[in-house]
Design a protein around this ligand. Structure first.
Ligand code: CP
Length: 310
């Protein structure tokens, strides 16, 4: 970990709030924590006595589990609340739920919610540090950070890389965090997907909007494929999954357009055979499981750093 740098964020709400120096410091901290997960006894006392509550209003496998594993590896006490098994089902509001959790004096609340801005809103009502584990279509900062960690691990740098992001950008909080993070760290981010799944304002975020899959992927160092988020579409915004797979799915021929040593990523869960073909997802250029491994290290770093400012 570099000395002398003061990380000053109490909350992690979005990559938008993080300077390049913050991002670099988080990634360095995550690098230093990563080896703990390879030890025979995967536990350090760093957060002993701290209480961390995971509040998930939407389903999750990777994010929820890796925050919990991260907290336990640092000896914090962790508790999980799934909205489906809480008093939310009796009509309790998010603010009331948060105030009641806060009354039990946790140190960190990690929240996933379907409404953009939910994590930000919590910070107005509670004293604990808040970490956004995905809010609507807005941001998923820990995913953006683990994606940057994974790319830096494989490429040795982030600046000067071409990163292609393909798929359902409109509904993807991962895409928003990735575009903000990679451009902030000096990568050139090229996006492509069906016109109906490309929101306005991508150029303002720093992305290059491409008019073909070939343009986006050619000579790319990194290909990030995104899940089609059917649960956020009342009416499908493309003709059929079969047509989507033919026109926008990343297969071996598409990967051949990129640099020979390009890496392929996906935040998960994957719609196999739709946005990403199985032989690519499981192929030699895929680093998808490295992303998951790095998710634990990044989340350990975030818990540690926000506790320093709590
Ligand atoms: N990448 C991601 O957020 O996965 P989960 O929805 O399983 O947490």
């Amino acid at each position: 970990m570099s000395s002398g740098y003061h990380f000053s964020q109490k909350h992690i709400l979005g990559i938008r709030d993080l300077s390049p120096e913050d991002i670099d410091f988080i990634l360095q901290t995550a690098d230093s924590f990563k080896e703990i997960s390879s030890r025979a006894i995967k536990k350090v006392p760093t957060l002993r006595g701290n209480t961390i509550v995971n509040v998930f209003y939407e389903p999750s496998t990777r994010t929820r589990l890796s925050f919990e594993i991260a907290a336990k590896r640092m000896s914090a006490d962790t508790f999980n609340i799934a909205a489906s098994a809480s008093s939310v089902t009796k009509g309790e509001t998010l603010i009331d739920t948060a105030r009641n959790i806060a009354a039990m004096k946790p140190d960190i609340i990690i929240i996933r919610h379907s409404h953009s801005g939910a994590a930000q809103m919590l910070t107005r009502y509670i004293d604990a540090s808040v970490i956004n584990a995905g809010d609507g279509t807005h941001e998923h900062p820990s995913q953006g950070l683990l994606d940057m960690m994974t790319v830096r691990e494989h490429k040795g740098r982030l600046d000067g890389l071409k990163v292609a992001i393909i798929g359902d950008i409109l509904h993807s909080r991962v895409a928003h965090s990735d575009i903000l993070g990679f451009t902030r760290m000096g990568s050139s981010v090229h996006v492509y997907g069906p016109a109906t799944l490309l929101p306005q304002g991508l150029e303002e975020l720093g992305a290059v909007v491409c008019s073909s899959l070939e343009e986006a992927v050619r000579d790319a160092d990194v290909i990030i494929t995104l899940r089609i988020q059917l649960e956020r579409q009342n009416d499908p915004l493309f003709p059929s999954l079969r047509e989507y797979a033919q026109k926008y799915g990343v297969n071996r021929e598409v990967v051949k357009l990129a640099q020979p040593d390009a890496i392929v990523m996906h935040p998960g869960p994957i719609n196999r055979g739709v946005e990403l073909m199985p032989d690519v997802a499981d192929g030699p250029q895929s680093v998808i499981l490295d992303q998951v491994t790095n998710g634990v290290a990044v989340r350990m770093a975030l818990l540690y750093l926000v506790m320093g400012n709590s």
